[in-house]
Design a binder for this molecule. Structure first.
Ligand SMILES: Nc1nc2c(c(=O)[nH]1)N[C@H]1C(S)=C(S)[C@@H](COP(=O)(O)O)O[C@H]1N2
Ligand SMILES: [Mo]
Length: 170
């Protein structure tokens, strides 16, 4: 009977929330090359003090598409990748500031509120093609500039980190 099944599911959901609410959740261990390491004020880790992600783990998060122009691309590009806020939830981030670092040691700060208020993605592909390091991948922080033109300012440009490799939650 659908109703009983539905109620059982709801009860199971409540039980899971009671069991895991606010507590550490297990993150799987990456099997492939680690492309993103998250440290700092996080609840969920898979290495001492760190949450490490390979490409498959990031692709296992819900994928979001952002079609937009950027100052760094010709024409409109359809980017896809996980939402920043879904990544923060996956690691159980509790801070308010993200210290982000790129492969070229470029560093910037992104307020957690940006990820909560805007659909910012960690783009892994552009127009269906995987972003390689030479394409400013494997992860490029993409804000929805076309949907929210006010984002196209110098501050947000400094937060548009390409070749993102580390996030320290503070
Ligand atoms: N990985 C990485 N991302 C980066 C940068 C960088 O040097 N490395 N520069 C940032 C800054 S300060 C701005 S304004 C823009 C610079 O874009 P431009 O060099 O194409 O003008 O990208 C941002 N993202
Ligand atoms: Mo800049």
């Amino acid at each position: 009977m659908p109703t009983i099944f539905g109620k059982s599911l709801a009860l199971a959901g409540i039980a899971l929330c009671v069991l895991f609410g606010g507590q550490a959740l297990a993150l799987e261990t990456p099997g492939g090359p680690v492309i993103l390491t998250v440290t700092g004020d996080i609840a969920n880790t898979n290495a001492p003090g760190e949450a490490r992600f390979d490409r498959a783990m990031l692709l296992a998060l819900p994928q979001h598409e952002t079609a937009t122009h950027t100052p760094w691309h010709d024409g409109r590009v359809v980017f896809s990748g996980p939402l920043g806020r879904d990544l923060l939830d996956a690691v159980g981030a509790r801070g308010s500031e993200l210290r982000v670092t790129a492969l070229n040691d470029y560093a910037s700060s992104i307020p957690v509120s940006d990820f909560r208020q805007h659909d910012v993605i960690l783009a892994m592909s552009a127009d269906g093609k995987r972003l390689r390091i030479r394409d400013q991948g494997p992860l490029f922080v993409i804000y929805p500039f076309d949907d929210e033109p006010d984002l196209l300012n110098e501050t947000v440009m400094t937060r548009s980190v390409w070749q993102l490799s580390r996030i320290d939650v503070r």
